[in-house]
Design a protein. Sequence first.
Length: 127
Amino acid sequence: MPPKLTVTTSDPESGGNAEADNQKVLLAGLPFTHPQISTFLSRAKAEMSLRPVRFPFLGEYQDCFAGEEFVGWLLENVPEFQKDLDIALVAARELTEREDLLRRLGEFGNKFDNADDAFYQFRPKVL
């Protein structure tokens, strides 16, 4: 199983874990802390046009987005990626396949595709 990303507050009075907050996760070779990843994924959820998607025989899923839309959002909103498509693609794959933070819908497995017909949801543990 891929490692789970858990985000806690670093405020000692609230019982947070500063050591876990400072651990780095590499996305496309760039270091991010768990809170940084959680923050930009929360922003993506708030700013992207999420919609219901229906799959024959499987039903309707809420709050969905296409892989292509997610990569576009990363390009425009994560300055560390420097608007480099290759970096954004690798980061999206790693967030989906390695970190298990996006859920692929309508397919077996959890492969990331940069396509307008590959749909995803944010996993609840992200936010």
